[in-house]
Design a protein around this ligand. Structure first.
Ligand code: PLP
Length: 419
């Protein structure tokens, strides 16, 4: 087997996690699923997309395009045009069609981008992707074909009250050098629900400009859609930035539609990689949402319906958390500013977060152990924090989420009591 085959057969990171979650869901025991990143099934979005689907199905020309045409490797042209117009109208970014490419989910875009900007360089040496702040999205971890694709930096921790904290980029520790091929952040961040401030993004952008490398901003949960942001944050783009968006978290994960907005030479490289990997990107997601993008409804749907729905879920979950934990043991939640996760931290947890995950799984509650979310940060054993956290998804129904949180609180209290 080649090194390539070996890499993809390994049961590491995202692969073993998805496998474990899948098996637990397929067992006979009832489980509360707070582990994945699946969006909730939100009736207003489903209703609206069902109407669009019926319109497409009634129009023979649309059906022919929907199933009978390979698009160009850059993606479905009408959707790209409509999105370019919408973004220019809304933010004044001055995009042309050469600035946008579509991929089969944004996960595929990250695979291509990381290997465009990290790995062996033609003139010798290797480039890496610098993740300015751990924790970061576990889906990046195995996406580099070469070794040591990522390097990452510990955050600063600000305590906001007795049970709430916020990570901040530690610019004093963020050392760039010739080996850094790109910076990458998720905003909002999976797993923490953090939203990097405009100031942090501004400083990262200035660093990217100074080193003439791209700043990749993963907006899978962010602006302009699905807009799962519960704090003040401005969307930002210029040609130094590679902005990655997705239709998944709006409610279409099965349509596998990722969107990349970048300088034309990056879009050309990405389209070339896409042609080799996929020939063309699937056009189901783009065609289904084309009218919503053309009219701008995708923005109002996100802002006025999807965002408040998740924000209400988040507030309910946080209230349950305070009620269930009380002051019985040390616990913190990262300030939930976006996405669909609570990031819980138990300082001094007597067992590892992975053992806690196993104990919760035995009680029918599936979460994700926090230790997965530190790609590129060497585990020198000197930072217990990375084994003291859990990621909990609150996208499913409120009752199950509340029940799951109560079980988590009970189990954590038992751990601290030595049980
Ligand atoms: N980026 C982040 C931060 C995510 O959480 C996910 C999925 O969970 C993705 C990217 C990839 O999503 P998709 O491939 O469905 O667009």
């Amino acid at each position: 087997m080649t090194a390539f085959a070996e890499k993809f057969s390994q049961q590491a990171g995202i692969n073993s996690l998805m496998d474990d979650l899948g098996k637990a869901m397929a067992g006979d025991q009832p489980v509360i699923m707070m582990g994945g990143g699946n969006p909730g099934h939100f009736p207003p979005v489903q209703q609206r997309l069902s109407e669009e689907l019926q319109k497409l199905a009634r129009d023979p020309d649309a059906v022919a395009r929907l199933i009978g045409v390979y698009d160009a490797p850059q993606g479905e042209a009408r959707f790209i045009r409509a999105l370019k117009d919408l973004l220019n109208r809304t933010y004044g970014w001055g995009l042309t069609e050469e600035n946008i490419a579509l991929t089969n989910g944004s996960q595929a875009a990250f695979f291509m981008l990381f290997n465009l900007f990290a790995g062996e360089m033609p003139g010798g040496g290797r480039h890496q992707i610098l993740l300015p702040m751990a924790p970061e999205y576990l889906g990046y971890a195995d996406a580099g074909l070469g070794p040591d694709t990522f390097r990452s930096v510990r955050p600063r921790i600000d305590y906001l009250d007795d049970h709430t904290f916020k990570y901040r980029v530690d610019f004093d520790e963020l050392a760039l050098d010739e080996q850094v091929g790109a910076l990458c952040v998720s905003r909002p961040t999976n797993p923490t629900g953090n939203v990097l401030t405009d100031e942090e993004i501004g400083r990262l952008h200035a660093l990217a400009r100074a080193w003439d490398i791209p700043l990749i901003v993963d907006g899978a949960y962010g602006s302009p859609f699905p807009e799962l942001i519960y704090t003040e944050a401005q969307p930002f783009w210029d040609e130094q930035v590679i902005l990655c968006l997705s239709l998944s978290k709006l409610g279409l994960p099965a349509a596998r539609t990722g969107i990349v907005i970048a300088a034309p030479q990056i879009i050309r490289a990405l389209s070339g990689a896409n042609a080799i990997l996929n020939l063309a990107t699937g056009s189901f997601g783009p065609q289904l949402t084309e009218n919503l993008v053309r009219s701008g409804e995708i923005l109002s749907l996100s802002r006025d319906q999807v965002r408040p729905w998740y924000e209400a879920k988040m507030r309910k979950a946080v209230a349950v958390l305070h009620d269930a934990f009380d002051d019985a043991c040390p616990w913190y939640v990262h300030q939930p500013e976006g996405a669909m996760f609570l990031w819980l931290w138990f300082p001094g947890l007597p067992i590892s977060s992975h053992e806690l995950y196993e104990r919760l799984k035995a009680r029918g509650v599936l979460v994700v152990s926090g230790h997965y979310f530190f790609p590129g940060l060497p585990d020198a054993g000197d930072w217990p924090h990375r084994h003291e956290c859990l990621r909990v998804t609150y996208s499913q129904d409120d009752e199950s989420v509340a029940e799951g949180l109560r079980v988590i609180a009970d189990e954590v209290k038992r751990c601290f009591a030595g049980a």
